[in-house]
Design a protein around this ligand. Structure first.
Ligand SMILES: Nc1ncnc2c1ncn2[C@@H]1O[C@H](COP(=O)(O)OP(=O)(O)OP(=O)(O)O)[C@@H](O)[C@H]1O
Ligand SMILES: [Mg+2]
Length: 263
């Protein structure tokens, strides 16, 4: 199996909320770790943290919030989940604190604080890069400072868009203003296509991809099972034949072949 000498960081981002960033970050992490890669998942959506609940509230000593506040080292925030999920590779997560006071605390941070937070994100790869093949940053939608920091600190961006004109228009503005400025390689996932038919979903995806001028990584239909299993069951582990699992596996394969090509 191919292993990186240094982790590749993917930031999962979107223009609007609810497009499926956290679902994609978690499921991609699980599939890559199931396939033997070492994966680190970081919840940088400190305004609306959800990975803690999606991971069924594991015991947490320190949050990513504490690391960014200089209250602990990054490694002290890590929760080891590989055994619980029976994964071949490493799977660790650094979670954002869902407590309402912690969320309030993240609002209105100074520019100086955010600059320090960026340095600390960059430091994650410097200290742990050799231990992991992939690091995923799950972010807040839009142009929150924390999301821009994540985009800057990453190698690749996965933009998650739903096939909704308003989301597409917003994403376009965004790409022009931000992605084109920071010049990080970006890929598109069109999520929640309103058809279960995979080839029709890909048609939706290709159209949006040519409008946004970002290569399409995948088109994912809307599945009731995804909503119903969120925070309860992990479809990609429990239902290998589910079409959602197959699509996430195909994204994981593309990601690993991208790493092989760029090494
Ligand atoms: N392909 C899909 N089919 C059906 N439901 C989906 C799909 N992808 C995500 N969802 C559902 O959409 C909702 C939002 O997903 P998720 O929390 O991953 O979005 P998000 O982009 O992280 O949102 P936020 O911006 O608030 O962090 C959840 O209820 C999730 O189960
Ligand atoms: Mg989310």
């Amino acid at each position: 199996m191919y292993t990186c000498l240094n982790a590749t960081i993917y930031t999962i981002h979107s223009h609007r909320g609810g497009s499926g960033k956290s679902v994609l970050s978690l499921n991609l992490s699980l599939v890559l770790a199931k396939n033997g890669y070492n994966v680190l998942l970081v919840d940088l959506d400190m305004r609306a943290p959800s990975l803690y609940y999606m991971l069924r509230e594991p015991p947490v000593r320190y949050w990513i919030n504490d690391y960014l506040e200089d209250e602990c080292g990054f490694e002290e925030t890590l929760i080891d989940l590989a055994d619980e999920f029976g994964l071949k590779g490493k799977f660790k997560a650094s979670l954002a604190n869902p407590d309402i006071d912690a969320i309030k605390e993240t609002l209105g941070k100074s520019r100086r604080w955010e600059m320090n937070a960026l340095k600390k994100l960059i430091r994650i790869r410097k200290t742990l890069g050799e231990e992991y093949d992939y690091i995923f940053f799950d972010t807040s939608p839009g142009i929150q400072y924390s999301s821009i920091n994540a985009l800057i600190a990453s190698d690749n961006i996965i933009l998650v868009v739903v096939p909704d004109r308003v989301d597409i228009k917003g994403a376009l503005a965004f790409i022009k203003e931000i992605y084109d400025t920071i010049k990080t390689k970006s890929y598109l996932v069109v999520n929640k296509t309103p058809t279960p038919d995979i080839s029709q979903a890909i048609e939706f995806g290709e159209k949006i991809s040519s409008e946004l001028k970002i290569p399409l990584l995948a088109a994912v239909p809307y599945y009731n099972d995804v909503v119903l299993s969120n925070g309860v069951e992990y479809l990609v582990l429990s239902r290998p034949d589910h079409p959602f699992t197959r699509i996430i596996e195909s994204i994981a394969d593309k990601i690993t072949s991208l790493s092989q090509r760029s090494s």
